[in-house]
Design a protein around this ligand. Structure first.
Ligand code: FAD
Length: 445
């Protein structure tokens, strides 16, 4: 039998944004249910494919242990009649979609990249372009197995140990290591998306069109060019029927290399114009992977930002009675001098039951911001104050700069989450993020 738990020499690791970087000891685990996965007493946290942007999948202390799950990637069972999948937590979404789509099934909630693990998706309770109709992933998870101690693996679901279940969904790994996931899949008629593209003059027009499209389409997303006064492109889609896609021929997406050119505002504004013009208004069929994961067609695009890295600021705020919630967020970002190379707006539906889950009703806006020491921290903290004022919050899977004091004001369910962690004695599961946000010092509230 192969060595199922292999500790690697310490290396500098980061999230997708390349900052912060922390000396980490990766414990590569093929079998997450072995007792020695949690050997030793120090703080421990799971790491999937490292696609969270900030410090969520980094150790709480230098050389701290990361339980790397990506080798624990077996399918356990697929009930292809009822569309119920059970798989190990390290299986990548890419493998799931490639295997399921030809069989007429799909993962009902997908983030914007396929290079994430099932465990990472559960821990972030990810949302997709269909949050306004499908909710976040947690709504589709039937049960979880979670390693909570070296001698204890617990089965939990919305009806069995529901407190552990809803703390683990969206709990950013702070309640243990998810070893396997039972997921309800979605039946799909074809591998194609019927997509409508609409160009919008500015964020106000995009907001109106996005909300209207969300009443007609299950998938909606807006791309905004902040270098061009908020000119935008709205993509709305639904699964195409078999009849509609009869003559379509599948051409695998070409993966391009990240161009090796110095990043600058001028370069991005030219690239944005090119992108906008290439998106012709109208309706067409597109392959599902191109619709859901457009950024995956550029390999390692995060390296584009160089050594100093980037952060993604993602918040959700209510649309407001005037429907201008997104405009307020974008205006505040401009007022505080923010520069965003990629800006995306999505409509959000009902809140799920995950105690720390990000999605809630309103509009979510993301900004990809090149990190400049000091300046980026200030920008994020100023944005946070506005977001708190509007009754919103930020997404922990993207965050790197929020303060503990701001997080407490954003997250009313934090003390409930901490009580569950205490009740199950889960204090050893800590990350750089939980340390930074003071979540670990909340035990005993
Ligand atoms: C290009 C891009 C687009 C994205 N688009 C979206 C989007 O549209 N919607 C969205 O919601 N998110 C989005 N994300 C964020 C991404 O979906 C999440 O960060 C996800 O958690 C990453 O999965 P991962 O396997 O890489 O996890 P990691 O980044 O390795 O870990 C993320 C968190 O999950 C925990 N974790 C990982 N595995 C386990 C496990 N087995 N048990 C317990 N905890 C675990 C970690 O401790 C950490 O807290 C995007 C990210 C990128 C890079």
């Amino acid at each position: 039998m192969s060595d199922a738990v292999g500790e690697q020499p310490s290396t500098l690791l980061s999230g997708w944004g390349n900052v912060p970087r922390i000396l980490s000891t990766e414990r590569m685990c093929e079998e997450l249910e072995r007792d020695d996965v949690l050997s030793g007493n120090g703080p421990t946290i799971a790491r999937g494919l490292g696609r969270s942007y900030g410090d969520a999948a980094l150790p709480a202390v230098e050389r701290g242990v990361l339980v790397s799950t990506r080798l624990a990637d077996r399918w356990i069972e697929l009930d292809s009649e009822r569309g119920i999948l059970q798989a190990e937590a390290g299986v990548a979404l890419r493998r799931l979609t490639e295997t399921l789509l030809p069989r007429g099934w799909y993962v009902p909630v997908c983030p914007g990249t396929q290079d994430v693990t099932l465990g990472g998706m559960v821990a972030a309770d990810v949302h997709g372009k269909n949050h306004h109709v499908a909710g976040s992933l947690g709504r589709w998870v039937r049960s979880l197995r979670v390693r909570i101690a070296s001698d204890r693996v617990v089965d939990c679901s919305p009806v069995h140990h529901a407190d552990l279940f809803w703390s683990t969904v969206g709990g950013m790994g702070l309640t243990g290591i998810v070893t396997s996931v039972e997921l309800q899949l979605e039946r799909v008629p074809s591998p194609w998306i019927w997509q409508r593209t609409i160009r919008c003059r500015d964020v106000a027009e995009l907001s109106t069109d996005l909300r209207r499209a969300s009443t007609e389409f299950p998938f909606t997303v807006g791309w905004v060019d902040l270098f061009a006064g908020g000119r935008s492109v709205l993509f709305a889609g639904r699964w195409a029927s078999l009849a509609e896609s009869r003559n379509m021929r599948f051409v695998p997406a070409r993966v391009r290399r990240t161009p090796r050119v110095p990043l600058s505002n001028t370069l991005i504004s030219i690239a944005n114009i090119g992108y906008r013009l290439s998106k012709r208004p109208g309706a067409r069929l597109v392959a599902a992977d191109r619709f859901f994961f457009p950024l995956d067609s550029i390999a390692n695009w995060n390296r584009f930002y160089g050594e100093s890295g980037f952060t993604q600021y993602q918040c959700v705020v209510p649309w407001g009675a005037d429907g201008l919630g997104a405009c307020r967020v974008v205006d505040a970002f401009r007022e505080f001098g923010g520069i965003s190379y990629l800006t995306v707006i999505k409509d959000m539906g009902e809140q799920g039951d995950g105690l720390l889950s990000f999605p809630r009703p309103g509009v979510t806006v993301t900004f990809d911001i090149p990190v400049r020491t000091g300046e980026t921290e200030r920008l994020v903290r100023e944005m946070n104050e506005r977001v708190i004022e509007w009754g919103g919050t930020v997404y922990l899977a993207k965050d790197a700069f929020t303060t503990p004091e701001q997080f407490r004001r954003m997250e009313p369910r934090l003390s409930e989450f901490s009580k569950v962690r205490q009740a199950w004695d889960l204090g050893r599961f800590q990350s750089a993020l939980s340390r930074r946000l003071g979540i670990d010092t909340m035990e005993g509230v």
